[in-house]
Design a protein around this ligand. Structure first.
Ligand SMILES: [Zn+2]
Length: 159
């Protein structure tokens, strides 16, 4: 069996084929149609939260090394809270991107397809610049990496 036939089932099952971030019943999520300004603000907050989280992790590590276990645990707990907060914001922005695409497709009465790599909705025959944006986007790139790693693992397990 050559590599190609082995890898085929992986892309075929489409493990990650549907976005998991569509509007959910979460009580703490804002309406899925955010304004562009709001998504921008979310992006900035996400960046700030990431910086804070990284700083807290460093502090927790330092505290752990010094033997301040309680302090380290406290810092990690705070860190988890910030991560939750960041995830909520990220979900809001993902929902926004998703509903934007859906609205655009509806407005233009265009057909949609599901991206084979990341499961995002794409407009059939969309402008090249929007396709490029998608291909360079965080979600698509992230899933692409996952898939590549998965294929590498599969090759290692079933050489
Ligand atoms: Zn994609």
């Amino acid at each position: 069996m050559n590599q190609k036939t082995l890898l085929k089932p992986v892309s075929h099952v489409r493990l990650f084929s549907f976005p998991s971030h569509r509007p959910s019943g979460q009580t703490n999520s804002l309406p899925s149609t955010l304004s562009a300004a709001q998504t921008q603000r979310n992006d900035e907050t996400i960046k700030l939260l990431t910086e804070k989280i990284n700083k807290l992790v460093n502090e927790a590590e330092a505290a752990g090394i010094e033997g301040n276990v309680e302090q380290a645990q406290g810092l990690m707990k705070l860190c988890d809270q910030l991560k939750d907060e960041r995830e909520t914001l990220q979900k809001q922005n993902d929902n926004h991107a998703w509903s934007q695409t859906a609205e655009l497709a509806a407005a233009q009465e265009k057909q949609m397809e599901v991206c084979e790599v990341c499961g995002a909705f794409l407009i059939v025959g969309d402008a090249q610049s929007r396709i490029d944006d998608h291909l360079q986007g965080k979600q698509h790139v992230g899933y692409q990496r996952l898939r590549t790693s998965l294929e590498e693992i599969m090759v290692r397990i079933f050489p």
